[in-house]
Design a protein around this ligand. Structure first.
Ligand SMILES: Cc1cc2nc3c(=O)[nH]c(=O)nc-3n(C[C@H](O)[C@H](O)[C@H](O)COP(=O)(O)O)c2cc1C
Length: 385
């Protein structure tokens, strides 16, 4: 058995370190002349765009031992369907995980586009299937379908995708999709079906994942709670006669010593500006069960960054440093590797790791942390044997 370790490709700008939220690389940059650095920040006059920077991260991750990268999609990001083929041409083995909300494209088009991508890249495409958190962000996309119906739509979409992938004739009568005599033509239908990661924490999400996913993907939660969620999704899937693996998407801050790692957190924490705190306490208008599970770890009284430590080496304030999900791992290289190993013991078969800035940290984590994780996994497996 091996675990699959991915890096994250930051598609919405990259700050210099955890102590800042201001992007400063490529043309994804507010344009502060005093901070302009040739080839790094600026207005694109030197021809260096943010996409070039993303390609550097993909290279760094590839040569540092990551299997590939997740390319996130939000209203605030570049578009992963477009970024992925660029990264594919820049790399050799790097697998690119494209997250998307199935509803936004026709499933036959997605099957066809993915098969072409598989042909062009030697089968390096993966999906992260997301079904949307509802609220204003869902309407930003023009989607007003309710929470559970979105998952019904996702299930139907994946039924259709798999059906047409095998070649025709494939017909389908669902609530959202109806097809007659469809199917990919040869040679597209001979390509490997992409591996499917699936995100969402609600019962509706788990039901859909158990039908179609290869990996159930979660943000980090307290370890016992996460283990329980993993067991639930595995049982649900086994009852359908299928097997599913589980994966964790988690930010890390790994340094030579634990003190240095917490010092980085502390300095970031001291720099959080008022607007970020206001957003942190603002009313919530998302329906996402997974996001609510993340928010449930917010401390009620906050005196220091330490109030956000929810178990050893797990800090629940990442949303304050860089937005997004909230729980991450902080510690020495050895401690971070140990915590990842514990997640493997709880059943995690894959990780998507991230740290800021993603370029330099890909080298650091690849060189300092990954060898320790892989080493202990192999050791444990030998002991089991
Ligand atoms: C690891 C992970 C990554 C996610 N990535 C994205 C993303 O890139 N874009 C997005 O719109 N939603 C993303 N989501 C949100 C979920 O796919 C889902 O829409 C949300 O959690 C609501 O579902 P729920 O109510 O079942 O939890 C992600 C969720 C998880 C757990």
């Amino acid at each position: 058995m091996s675990i699959d370790i991915f890096w994250r490709i930051p598609t919405h700008g990259e700050p210099r370190h955890h102590r800042s939220r201001t992007p400063y690389r490529g043309d994804w940059f507010p344009g502060d002349e005093t901070r302009r650095v040739p080839g790094l920040g600026g207005d694109g006059e030197d021809g260096y765009t943010y996409i070039d920077y993303l390609a550097e991260i993909a290279h760094a991750a590839e040569i540092s031992g990551f299997q590939g990268g997740l390319i996130p999609t939000f209203p605030s990001t570049e578009e992963p369907w477009v970024i992925a083929p660029f990264l594919a041409r820049e790399t050799k083995t790097f697998r690119f995980m494209i997250p998307f909300q199935p509803a936004f494209q026709n499933p036959v088009l997605v099957a066809r586009a993915t098969a072409s991508l598989q042909r062009a890249t030697g089968g390096r495409t993966l999906y992260n299937i997301i079904s949307g958190g509802g609220g204003p962000e869902q309407l930003w996309w023009g989607d007003s379908v309710g929470h559970d119906d979105r998952y019904t739509r996702t299930t139907e979409f994946l039924d259709v995708l798999r059906g047409v992938w095998k070649g025709g004739p494939f017909s389908y009568r669902g609530k959202f999709y109806q097809l007659e005599d469809s199917g990919l033509p040869d040679p597209l239908s001979r390509e490997d079906y992409p591996e499917i990661y699936f995100s969402g924490s609600s019962d509706a999400a788990l039901a859909s994942a158990s039908l179609h996913a290869d990996f159930y993907l979660s943000w980090l939660e307290p370890f016992a709670q996460l283990g329980e969620k993993f067991d639930r999704v595995k049982e649900k899937t086994a009852a359908l006669g299928r097997q599913i693996k589980t994966a964790v998407r988690v930010d890390i801050i790994a340094r030579p010593t634990e003190e240095e790692a917490w010092r980085e957190v502390e300095r970031g924490f001291e720099n959080i500006d008022k607007a970020v705190w206001e957003r942190y306490y603002a009313s919530i208008d998302s329906e996402s069960v997974g996001a609510a599970r993340q928010r449930s770890f917010r401390p009620t009284t906050i005196n220091s960054y330490r109030d956000f430590i929810i178990e050893p080496n797990v800090w629940s304030g990442f949303a304050l440093l860089r937005g997004g999900q909230t729980n991450g791992i902080v510690g020495s290289y050895e401690q971070v590797a140990e915590r990842l190993d514990q997640l493997v013991q709880l059943g995690a078969g894959a990780f998507i790791l991230a740290s800021t800035p993603h370029l330099e940290e890909a080298y650091r984590v690849g060189e300092e942390v990954l060898p320790l994780v892989r080493g202990s996994v192999e050791t444990r497996l030998r002991e089991v044997a």
